[in-house]
Design a protein around this ligand. Structure first.
Ligand SMILES: NC(=O)CC[C@H](N)C(=O)O
Length: 452
C-alpha cells in the first residue's frame, strides 16, 4: 500500500510549526524499502530540508531518533532569487533552479500535461522561454530515452511548482540537475496562470530572466525591449553541420498503426531545420532509409541523391527570415514527393507563393483540435508554432487540407499536382496524442505512387 506523508510547501510553513501538513506527497523508494525518496533524488535544497525534517519527525514518532526536531529545522527556506522582467514592464519574482545568470527570450505558454523533457529538447523553442501551464513539473525526472534532439536550445523554463521528488522507473536524474548541466535557467514559485492570461491578452512578450542581483530592473527591462526575435534566422544555430544517416525506429509500443508495410524501403532526404528525433524514428518505422542534411544543403545535391521523397522539418523562429531555405524548397517541389512539418510547412507555403505571419501567441500544447478536411475527422494534435501560413495568399491548386478548430488558422496544405503534403503541427507526437500519425503513411503513399 502506498504510504503518504503530508508536507507543506516551503513558503507556507508557520515559523513555530515543526511539521505540519497541507499537500499529499507519495513517498516511496522500492529499492531501499524506505518510506522516503533517496536524498539525492530530491531536487532543491528546500525540498531536501523538508524531507530531512520529515524523516527526522517520522523517526521520532517511531522512536528511531532522539534528535530534537527544532535542531533539524533550517531557516530561511529558499527565497526569491530570480526576476522575470517582461517587455510590458511587469516584474515577476521567483525562485531559480537549473543554471543561473541572465537570459533574454520570448515567453510562450505550453498547455501540455505531460512530456516536459521532449518539450525542453524540441529545437523549435530556440530563443523562447517555455512556461508550462500544468502547475506541477519535474515529478518524473528525466531519462535518456525522451530526448528529442542533441541538446536543449530553449532560453529557459518557467513553472509554478517544482516537484520535490522524482518517481519513475526510467528516471536517471532530477529536472534541476539536468537543466544545470545543460546551462538552462529555470524558475518556479511564479504565478504562471497570471502570466499566461497576460500573454493571451497582449500576445507573446519578450522577457529577461535573471538571477543577478546587481542588475537593476530598468537595465533588464531595457534588454527585453531591445531584443528582437522577428526576422532572425534561428535555424542556423540548431541544424546539424554535416549530412548523416538515421536508422533508429520507434520501439514496439508505437506499433499501434498495424496497417502499414515495413517491407518497402524508401530513401528520404530530411532537411534538418531543427528536426525532432521522433520524426526520424517514425519515418524509419514506416520503412524509410533517411539521410539527414543541414539546412543549407543545396537542392541540387539533394536531387543528385535521387531520393524517393524529401522531408522539410520543424524548426525555430521566423520562416520569413530564411529565404535561402525557401529557395531550396522551391527548387525541390514538383521534382520528388515532399512532406513539410511545422517550419517545413511554412517554408512550403512561402515557396508556393504564399505569405506567413506572426500569430498573437501561437499554439503550444498537446490538446489542439484540428479538422482534417480530407477524411472529415477531428484530430487532437501536438502543436508548437508562433507563425502561420495565410491561406488567402496561396495560389489556385493549393488545397487547405487541415484547419485548427480553435481559431480556424491553416493547419495543413496539399498540392496533388506537385505530390506535396504539409502540416503545421506535429504528427510525430512526442510529446502528444497520436491521432495524426497516419500523415506519415500518406507520405509513404505519395512516394509509392510516384515510384509506380
Ligand atoms: N515547431 C516549429 O517548427 C515552429 C515553426 C516556427 N518556428 C514557428 O514558431 O511558427
Amino acid at each position: 500500500m502506498a504510504t503518504f506523508l503530508r508536507l507543506l510547501s516551503p513558503t507556507t510553513i508557520p515559523k513555530d510549526a515543526p511539521f505540519l501538513s497541507s499537500t499529499l506527497v507519495p513517498l516511496q523508494n522500492p529499492s531501499s524499502h524506505s518510506f522516503f525518496p533517496s536524498f539525492s533524488s530530491i531536487p532543491t535544497p528546500d525540498a531536501r530540508r523538508l524531507c530531512f525534517k520529515a524523516q527526522a519527525v517520522s523517526g521520532a514518532v517511531h522512536g528511531h531518533s532522539d534528535r530534537n526536531v527544532s535542531d533539524l529545522v533550517e531557516r530561511p527556506w529558499k527565497t526569491n532569487d530570480a526576476r522575470l522582467v517582461l517587455e510590458d514592464g511587469s516584474i515577476w519574482r521567483a525562485k531559480s533552479f537549473g543554471a543561473s545568470g541572465t537570459q533574454v527570450g520570448e515567453v510562450v505558454f505550453n498547455t501540455s500535461l505531460t512530456g516536459y523533457q521532449e518539450i525542453l529538447t524540441d529545437p523549435s523553442y530556440a530563443g523562447q522561454f517555455v512556461l508550462m501551464t500544468n502547475p506541477h513539473i519535474g515529478n518524473t525526472g528525466v531519462n535518456p530515452d525522451d530526448e528529442e534532439s542533441r541538446q536543449c536550445f530553449l532560453a529557459g523554463l518557467v513553472i509554478r511548482s517544482l516537484s520535490i521528488c522524482t518517481s519513475n522507473w526510467r528516471c536517471r536524474e532530477s529536472l534541476g540537475e539536468y537543466l544545470a548541466k545543460r546551462n538552462i535557467m529555470g524558475i518556479y514559485d511564479v504565478d504562471t496562470r497570471a502570466i499566461t492570461r497576460r500573454l493571451r491578452q497582449d500576445g507573446s512578450l519578450i522577457g529577461v530572466l535573471s538571477t543577478e542581483e546587481s542588475l537593476t530592473d530598468e537595465h533588464l527591462l531595457d534588454l527585453a525591449r531591445k531584443w528582437k526575435i522577428v526576422g532572425v534566422d534561428l535555424i542556423t544555430g540548431v541544424s546539424c553541420d554535416a549530412p548523416y544517416e538515421w536508422i533508429e525506429k520507434t520501439n514496439t509500443e508505437w506499433e499501434f498503426n498495424k496497417d502499414y508495410s515495413h517491407s518497402e524501403n524508401f530513401h528520404v532526404v530530411a532537411y534538418d531545420f531543427g528536426i525532432k528525433h521522433n520524426i526520424l524514428r517514425r519515418l524509419a518505422a514506416y520503412g524509410c532509409r533517411i539521410t539527414v542534411v543541414p539546412s543549407t544543403w543545396p537542392a541540387s545535391e539533394t536531387l543528385n541523391l535521387k531520393p524517393d521523397g524529401v522531408l522539410f522539418s520543424n524548426g525555430p523562429g521566423d520562416p520569413a527570415a530564411v529565404p535561402y531555405a525557401v529557395q531550396t524548397v522551391k527548387e525541390i517541389i514538383g521534382k520528388v514527393p515532399v512532406f513539410g512539418i511545422c517550419m517545413g510547412h511554412q517554408l512550403i507555403g512561402q515557396a508556393l507563393g504564399g505569405r506567413t505571419f506572426k500569430m498573437k501567441f501561437g499554439h503550444h500544447g498537446g490538446n489542439h483540435p484540428v479538422g482534417n478536411h480530407v477524411n472529415g475527422r477531428v484530430e487532437i494534435s501536438a502543436q508548437n508554432h508562433n507563425y502561420a501560413v495565410d491561406p488567402a495568399s496561396l495560389p489556385a491548386g493549393v488545397e487547405v487540407t487541415h484547419i485548427n478548430l480553435n481559431d480556424n488558422s491553416c493547419a495543413g496544405l496539399a498540392c496533388r499536382e506537385l505530390n506535396l503534403i504539409s502540416l503545421q503541427y506535429h504528427p510525430e507526437s512526442s510529446p502528444g496524442p497520436h491521432d495524426s500519425d497516419p500523415a506519415f503513411k500518406e507520405f509513404i503513399q505519395l512516394m509509392k505512387a510516384n515510384k509506380a
